[in-house]
Design a protein around this ligand. Structure first.
Ligand code: GLU
Length: 325
């Protein structure tokens, strides 16, 4: 009897060991459910699972399982990668830069272990304004009710940088709201807010809800403050939202923007990072077809632009194997 119990215990510990080494989980931090980060994270997981479950390319069957939950956004993702809660995340290139260099919001809180994997789509910073608000420029926002974004989001951080560059704080507005990206379009359409700021890929469901849904437009952001930001910072560039992107965009909109980037930690093992990168780039056409904001992605740009943290060794292994490095 004693022997039987022992052998059952032994068998189950062998079994659980076997399972543990066969399946490893990863979580990818994204953004609000109507944004593009959520699509990036879930597109990556879809590619990882193709290889994992089916072993499409021979010998590629692996045990990695992936989930990409909605989160507060860039800054939240970087902080949770640092603490080990998330293995990967999507983050704006400006916040990747500041985390790596210990500047801006990351002053005194440099994230030494942050590693870049690849960059993704461009993200113009957009100020959406309600149909009948009469707002046409930054100056018209004075005294208005403006959503500056939820804490932890990239747009909240970048909105604060923009206020600072314009020499104002939240008191410049009549009221400043802290709604999430999935709340702001209905708030704009209901008239609860006059405007919101959002750093996000083009096009996307959230902005379309306000632009196509209730006539909101996007204002030009090209005053001296913005020119200064672009001239003084390597991670900002002027960006255009082309005519026709949404029904209310009847001429090109000029603003400034960043890139979305896919990041991880030096503490995440190289085999896992390698398999993620391999899954994306060996199924690249399928990956690109998952969202219109991915239409112009090219592997060489993704590997070399918008990545200010050092590249993770698992990513380097794949890029070298392809002869891209
Ligand atoms: N850029 C936003 C952020 O970092 C998220 C945009 C999106 O969800 O696509 O918070």
């Amino acid at each position: 009897m004693k022997f039987k119990i022992l052998s059952v215990a032994l068998l189950s510990s062998v079994l659980s060991l076997g399972t543990a080494s066969a399946t490893e989980f990863m979580s990818i931090g994204t953004g609000g459910p109507t944004g593009v980060y959520f699509q990036v994270g879930n597109a990556v997981c879809q590619m990882v699972h193709r290889e994992a479950a089916e072993g499409r390319s021979s010998g590629r069957q692996h045990g990695y399982r992936c989930s990409a939950p909605s989160t507060a956004g860039s800054i939240y993702n970087i902080k949770n990668i640092e603490s080990g809660e998330l293995q990967f995340g999507v983050a704006q290139s400006d916040w990747q830069y500041h985390a790596t260099n210990g500047t801006s919001k990351f002053e005194g809180a440099k994230v030494d272990d942050l590693r870049s994997v690849f960059s993704v789509h461009p993200e113009p910073f957009q100020i959406l304004v309600g149909k009948n608000t009469g707002i046409e420029s930054w100056a018209d926002l004075e005294g208005k009710t403006v959503n500056i974004g939820n804490p932890g989001s990239g747009q909240r951080g970048t909105f604060e940088v923009l206020m600072d560059a314009n020499g104002v704080g939240t008191e410049y507005f009549g009221a400043a709201a802290e709604l999430t990206s999935s709340e702001q379009s209905s708030a704009l359409c209901n008239g609860d807010i006059d405007a919101y700021g959002y750093t996000v890929g083009v096009p996307n469901a959230g902005v379309s809800q306000a632009a196509d849904g209730c006539g909101a437009t996007i204002i030009n952001l090209n005053n001296d403050a913005v020119t200064g930001l672009v001239n003084d910072n390597p991670f900002y560039a002027f960006a255009t939202i082309p005519t026709g992107t949404y029904s209310t965009i009847t001429s090109n909109v000029t603003t400034f923007g960043v890139k979305a980037s896919f990041v991880t930690s030096a503490n995440v093992n190289a085999d896992m990072v390698y398999e993620v990168v391999r899954a994306v780039f060996s199924n690249f056409d399928a990956f690109k077809s998952l969202h219109p904001a991915f239409a112009n992605l090219s592997p060489l740009q993704m590997m070399s632009e918008g990545n200010s943290a050092p590249l993770h060794e698992g990513a380097i292994r794949y890029y070298k194997e392809r002869g891209w490095m």
